[in-house]
Design a protein around this ligand. Structure first.
Ligand SMILES: [Fe+2]
Ligand SMILES: [Fe+2]
Length: 397
C-alpha cells in the first residue's frame, strides 16, 4: 500500500522592510520544530499607487530577502504578492497556495502581535481553514496569555494554532529603520549582506535627501511633488541596476522640476541674474526654460555644487548628446515615472529602461519629436540632436 507523505510547508509573510535576524530565527525555529520541508518567505507587494510611499519599493525588499537567505537553501521566496500588486488578503493568498498545491499542508507563521489582532483580519475563518497557524513568541508576551488567545480564536473560528518555541529577540523592522534613519549601526540585527546593501543604497537614512524632500515639498504644488516622488521612484531602480550613486540620483530627481511653479518671466529673470540668459530659441520653447532655471535654483538656493547633478536637472527635458549616466537616468525617469500614463509605447520604454539606457533615451527622444511634430509645437533642436546622437550609437532605426 502506498503511504501518502504529506508535504509540510511554512509560509512567512510580511513587508520585510527590512528583513532582519528575528525573521530568520522565526523561520528556522518553525522549520525545525514542525519538520517543515521549506519555509517560503512571502513579501507583501507595493501599496497601490499614490496611497502610501512610506514603504520601501518591493524590488529593494526582495533584493534584501535574497541576500538574507542566500546561505539558507532550505528557505525560498515567493514573489506572488509582489507580482499581484496592491493589497493582498491572507485568506486569498492561502486559498491560492492551497489550490495550486493541494498535496501540501501549509503552516502560516505569524508573530504574537498578529495573533492578538486576528479578529480584525479579513475572514479569519477562511485563513484558519487553509493552514495551521504557527505563532512565534519573541518573549514579548507570556505563554499563558498566548494560549488563552489561541483557545479563544480556535473556539471562534475553528482551525489549529500552535506556538513556536524560540529564543527571545528584541528586534523589529521599525526599530531597525529607526536606528538607520539616524545613521546608527544596526548590523547586529541584520544579515551582513543586508546591512551592506542598505548602507550602499542609502536606504532608511534620513540624512540630507530627507531634509531635501521636505524642502522640495514646500516649494511645489501637490501634483508636481507627487510627480517628483514618482521620478525618484523610477530613477532608483535604474541607479541600482547600472551602478549610479543613489544619493546623487535622488538629489537630481527631487530637484529636477523645482522651477516648474514659477512664471516664465520669473524664470527668465533668474537666468538673467545668474548671467546665464535665456536665448531667443529657448524662449520660443517655454517648457525647456524650467530645466535651465531649475539647475540655477538647485545651485544657488539648495547649495548643490555637483556639476553632474546640475546638468541632469538642466538637460532633463531635452537630453543632449553624450549624456552622463545620471543625466540619462533623470531624463528617462521623468518620462516613465508611475504617474505618467498617456505616452504611447510606455510599456516598451519602461522595459528598455532596465535593459539599455542609450536605447531608452533614443526611444524617448524619438517619441517626443513625433509628439511635437504632430501637435505642431516648436521642435527643439537639442532634442533632435539627442535623438540623432543616440540613434547613431545604438544603431536604432
Ligand atoms: Fe520637467
Ligand atoms: Fe518632471
Amino acid at each position: 500500500m502506498e503511504i501518502l507523505v504529506e508535504k509540510r510547508v511554512g509560509i512567512l509573510g510580511g513587508t520585510f522592510d527590512p528583513v532582519h535576524l528575528a525573521h530568520l530565527q522565526l523561520a528556522k525555529s518553525a522549520y525545525e520544530q514542525f519538520q517543515l520541508e521549506t519555509v517560503i518567505f512571502l513579501p507583501a507587494g507595493d501599496p497601490p499607487h499614490k496611497t502610501n510611499r512610506q514603504i520601501t519599493p518591493a524590488y529593494r525588499r526582495l533584493e534584501m530577502l535574497k541576500l538574507c537567505l542566500k546561505d539558507y537553501p532550505q528557505f525560498r521566496i515567493s514573489e506572488y504578492e509582489i507580482e499581484k500588486q496592491g493589497y493582498s488578503y491572507t485568506a486569498e493568498t492561502l486559498e491560492y497556495f492551497t489550490q495550486m498545491n493541494p498535496e501540501v499542508q501549509y503552516y502560516f507563521i505569524i508573530g504574537a502581535d498578529s495573533l492578538f489582532n486576528m479578529d480584525t483580519w479579513y475572514c479569519p475563518e477562511r485563513c484558519l481553514s487553509k493552514a495551521v497557524f504557527l505563532v512565534g513568541n519573541r518573549q514579548e508576551r507570556a505563554e499563558e496569555e498566548i494560549d488563552k488567545q489561541i483557545h479563544y480564536l480556535t473556539e471562534r473560528y475553528g482551525g489549529s494554532i500552535e506556538q513556536i518555541q524560540m529564543p527571545g529577540m528584541e528586534i523589529s523592522s521599525s526599530k531597525v529603520r529607526d536606528l538607520l534613519s539616524k545613521g546608527q549601526d544596526a548590523s547586529h540585527y541584520l544579515a551582513p549582506g543586508v546591512n551592506e546593501y542598505i548602507l550602499k543604497n542609502h536606504l532608511y537614512y534620513k540624512g540630507p535627501t530627507e531634509n531635501l524632500t521636505m524642502a522640495v515639498k514646500k516649494k511645489l504644488p501637490a501634483g508636481r511633488f507627487l510627480h517628483t516622488l514618482g521620478v525618484v521612484e523610477a530613477a532608483l531602480p535604474m541607479a541600482a541596476k547600472f551602478g549610479c550613486d543613489a544619493q546623487k540620483v535622488k538629489t537630481a530627481a527631487l530637484l529636477h522640476d523645482i522651477a516648474k511653479p514659477l512664471t516664465t518671466a520669473e524664470m527668465v529673470d533668474i537666468c538673467q541674474k545668474a548671467k546665464d540668459p535665456v536665448t531667443p530659441d529657448e524662449l520660443a520653447r517655454e517648457k525647456v526654460i524650467h530645466a535651465k532655471a531649475g539647475a540655477i535654483i538647485a545651485r544657488d538656493e539648495f547649495g548643490i555644487t555637483d556639476q553632474e547633478i546640475l546638468d541632469a536637472i538642466r538637460y532633463h527635458t531635452t537630453g543632449r548628446p553624450g549624456m552622463t549616466m545620471l543625466e540619462k537616468i533623470i531624463f528617462i525617469a521623468d518620462f516613465i515615472e508611475p504617474g505618467r500614463t498617456k505616452a504611447p509605447n510606455l510599456d516598451r520604454i519602461r522595459r528598455e529602461a532596465m535593459l539599455d539606457l542609450n536605447r531608452c533615451v533614443c526611444m524617448i527622444a524619438r517619441d517626443t519629436l513625433q509628439y511635437l511634430q504632430e501637435s505642431k509645437a516648436v521642435v527643439d533642436q537639442r532634442t533632435v540632436d539627442t535623438y540623432e546622437y543616440y540613434k547613431s550609437i545604438t544603431n536604432m532605426i
